[in-house]
Design a protein around this ligand. Structure first.
Ligand code: C5P
Length: 222
């Protein structure tokens, strides 16, 4: 599996990153979390008082921001230039504004360029919204993960509880539905299943079941 590429797309909180991390570890692939890249730019914009509606200003900020990942035992750390932003980019203020940043066509263009570069000489498993459609249209396997809004909100709620973060289930449902709406209706590369992607509904599956399903697909298809 040296130079294979696997694309995992799907809506917010559908389990993409959890599943992708596990497969990356088992198959020794590099995991690229493209959502973390949009989140990092959003975090930097909020921190530096850059107007997230101003594409030109965001592009300028992005050109000065290198976004890098460092693998750890149970996941990865994210850095903006030399500063670690792993936890900061998961905060609510970032989550609830990132879809505005990611809708700018030229911001996407630059992110896609960086993502394609990362996949060039490595075996990668990449997750996001437009990986199978735009970033890696020739990937060896494309997966589209979905789950009901209710299930996704409940998973996130449970996760928050474990981390000791307060969250309101009904609010989580609204936030997830809102982000789905924005991500799938934007003009430039909206969230959309690629024609040749395999759809997996994870609503009634455990993480391990999803991982097994995808590994079987890798074994039979690649
Ligand atoms: O995957 P995650 O939920 O962390 O992504 C955060 C946001 O980044 C998404 O809601 C979407 O607006 C944007 N995104 C994107 N294209 C990608 C990955 C993420 O537009 N490939």
């Amino acid at each position: 599996y040296k130079n294979i590429t696997i694309a995992i797309d799907g809506p917010a909180s559908s389990g993409k990153s959890t599943v992708a991390k596990k497969i990356a570890k088992d198959l020794n692939l590099i995991y690229v979390d493209t959502g973390a890249m949009y989140r990092t730019l959003t975090y930097e914009a909020l921190k530096n008082n850059v107007n997230i509606k101003d594409e030109e200003a965001l592009l300028d900020l992005l050109s000065h921001t290198s976004i890098t990942f460092e693998r750890t035992d149970d996941g990865q750390r994210v850095f903006a230039n030399e500063e670690e932003v792993t936890n900061e980019i998961r905060q609510n203020n970032v989550t609830n504004t990132v879809s505005v940043v990611s809708a700018h066509p030229r911001v996407r263009q630059e992110m896609v360029r960086r993502q394609q570069k990362m996949a060039k000489s490595n075996g990668v498993i990449m997750d996001g919204r437009d990986i199978g459609t735009v970033v890696l249209p020739n990937s060896n396997l494309k997966i589209f993960l979905v789950a009901s809004v209710k299930e996704r909100a409940e998973r996130r709620h449970k996760e928050n509880k474990q981390k000791g973060i307060f969250s309101d289930l009904e609010q989580l449902k609204r936030d997830i539905a809102d982000r789905d709406y924005k991500d799938s209706t934007r003009e430039t590369s909206p969230l959309k299943q690629a024609d040749d992607a395999i759809r997996i509904d994870t609503t009634k599956l455990t993480i391990d079941e999803v991982v097994e399903t995808i590994k079987n697909l890798i074994n039979t298809k690649i």
